[in-house]
Design a protein around this ligand. Structure first.
Ligand SMILES: [Fe+2]
Length: 229
């Protein structure tokens, strides 16, 4: 009888553990966001095949890997922004994939195929021009920072806590929201300069890709980012 009770207890515990593991494996806290345009919408500046692979393979992998990596960590109960703000506490896998998920979500949203959203307001243009001397100087700084990024990374226009703007670049999937970032600030514009973002169309010509990027920017969204408190 004693052995029977012990066996029954073991079976119940095993079933409970299996159920818990199963439930945890099924929880997908983070999801691939909806794309607001078709894969071919940004042609000829960003080609359909690149968009498709970038979104469905690369971004999806960051999301899936992040969901796996956070299991059993404090990050399970944090928002994506909270994870980034505390990223030094977590593994490199969480850092890379949380950054990858946030950065790509941001990137899709600051591009558009809609003509009306591509127009920059006089207000925002003046703010940027006053900060960098001229709008053309800003564009040159942005392209330079993107071209100088060794290996893979991102180039950003950020708004700092004193409301000034700065162009910076971060390696890999890091971003200026992370507590480990040398320069912190709120990204209002950003461009992915990983080869996977441009190689199919531009091969090694990152400079050409960065020049093309100006044709697909959703300045309406960039202004919203600037004004967001
Ligand atoms: Fe990317």
């Amino acid at each position: 009888m004693k052995n029977f009770k012990y066996s029954l207890f073991t079976i119940i515990i095993s079933l409970c553990s299996a159920f818990t593991i199963n439930v945890k494996a099924q929880v997908n806290k983070f999801e691939l966001p909806k794309l607001n345009y078709s894969y071919s919408a940004l042609e000829p500046y960003i080609d359909e095949q690149t968009m498709n692979i970038h979104y469905n393979k690369h971004h999806l992998a960051y999301v899936n890997n992040l969901n796996k990596a956070i299991v059993g960590t404090e990050a399970e109960n944090m928002s994506l922004e909270e994870i980034l703000n505390n990223v030094s506490k977590f593994s490199e896998t969480i850092r890379n994939n949380a950054g990858g998920h946030w950065n790509h979500t941001f990137f899709w949203n600051i591009m558009t195929d809609k003509k009306e959203n591509k127009l920059i307001s006089l207000n925002l243009k003046n703010i940027i021009s006053n900060q960098f001397g001229s709008f053309e100087n800003f564009q040159q700084k942005f392209e330079e920072a993107g071209n100088k990024r060794f290996g893979s990374g991102w180039v950003w226009l950020i708004k700092k806590s004193d409301n000034t703007l700065e162009v910076i670049s971060t390696p890999n999937q890091d971003n200026p929201l992370m507590d480990i970032s040398q320069t912190k600030g709120k990204p209002i514009l950003g461009c992915d300069v990983w080869e996977h973002a441009y190689y199919l169309k531009y091969q090694n010509r990152r400079a050409d890709y960065l020049k093309s990027f100006w044709n697909v920017i959703n300045w309406k969204k960039v202004e919203e980012n600037y004004n967001f408190k």
